[in-house]
Design a protein around this ligand. Structure first.
Ligand SMILES: N[C@H](CCC[C@H](N)C(=O)O)C(=O)O
Length: 281
């Protein structure tokens, strides 16, 4: 099976073109491909295919094989992939995802996509829609106890669920201990992505992300968006923020005019490959 390896600020995925490849067990392939010793090595698998209501369709599977509704770094790489391989000549295109239809705007220099702006939709703040178990209709600066440790979280969905936790320093936050305990906490019926967020100033934040189904990643596009929305809700930043992630920076804006979040950043192609798929049975 042919694949492409790409990443958005170090958040790396295996991309398969489902216009030409047939995939029968995407969850199993996601686990196989993601294994950094026995497979290709990635944070998950992204399928690029046809859509009846958009230019393309994107399906995301985390490294553990679980389905994700949306992927910010992934959708930027999809834009680069389809343009540079001549699957479209549009620099403004639409992508169908489980979170809804998303619009991309590609910056092209010498036939190369150097930057992608993605509309990440209207943030979902109702607790039961994220979902987060809460007695309040929204989760803003709300306590949560994790194995005796009391934290405060703000819940945001970009189609996929996020809990934003503010810390003094992302460098010293105990992500390896807190991350899995939060991901599998009983208050998150569909598990959760966790953004450990440090406020630098009203226009800059640092974020490290423990991702649902992928452990800590070098970057998370939907996570960066969730952290900005939470920071505006808690009046910690303005609406346009530079988000500094381990793998690099994204620009995120939660525009008041249309209540939509926009994320802008790079996308990188690493290599194309062919992998032998163990026959079923
Ligand atoms: N782990 C996420 C999906 C990948 C999102 C992330 N890599 C991004 O760039 O948005 C979830 O299960 O919701």
């Amino acid at each position: 099976m042919k694949f492409a390896k790409m990443h958005g600020l170090g958040n790396d995925y295996v991309y398969v073109d489902c216009f030409t490849e047939r995939i029968s067990d995407p969850a199993g392939l996601a686990r196989l491909f993601s294994d950094r010793h026995k497979g290709i090595g990635s944070d998950g698998l992204i399928l690029i295919g046809p859509s009846g209501k958009a230019d393309f369709r994107m399906q995301i599977y985390n490294a553990d094989g679980s389905v994700a509704e949306m992927c910010g770094n992934g959708i930027r790489c999809l834009g680069k992939y389809v343009y540079e391989r001549g699957m479209t000549d549009k620099t403004e295109l639409t992508v169908e995802t489980l979170a809804g239809i998303r619009r991309l705007r590609l910056t092209v220099e010498d036939k190369t996509v150097t930057e992608v702006e993605a509309d990440m939709g209207i943030p979902i703040l109702k607790a039961d829609k994220i979902p987060i178990v809460s007695e309040h209709s929204m989760v803003v600066d709300e306590p949560i106890v994790v194995d005796g440790v009391m934290l405060r979280m703000t819940g945001v969905s970009l189609g996929n669920p996020h809990a934003v936790i503010y810390v003094q320093s992302v460098r010293t936050a105990d992500i390896g201990w807190l991350g899995p305990r939060l991901e599998h906490h009983g208050r998150f019926p569909r598990r959760i992505n966790v953004e450990f967020t440090e406020i630098i100033d009203r226009h800059t934040i640092s974020v490290r992300v423990w991702e649902r189904g992928a452990k800590e990643t070098l970057s998370c596009g939907t996570g960066a968006c969730a952290a900005v929305v939470a920071s505006v809700l808690n009046d910690l930043t303005e609406r346009r923020v530079r988000v500094k992630l381990t793998g690099g920076d994204l620009t995120v804006e939660w525009r008041e005019a249309d209540n939509t979040v926009y994320m802008t950043g790079p996308a990188a192609a690493v290599f194309d490959g062919v992998i032998n798929i163990p026959s079923a049975g």
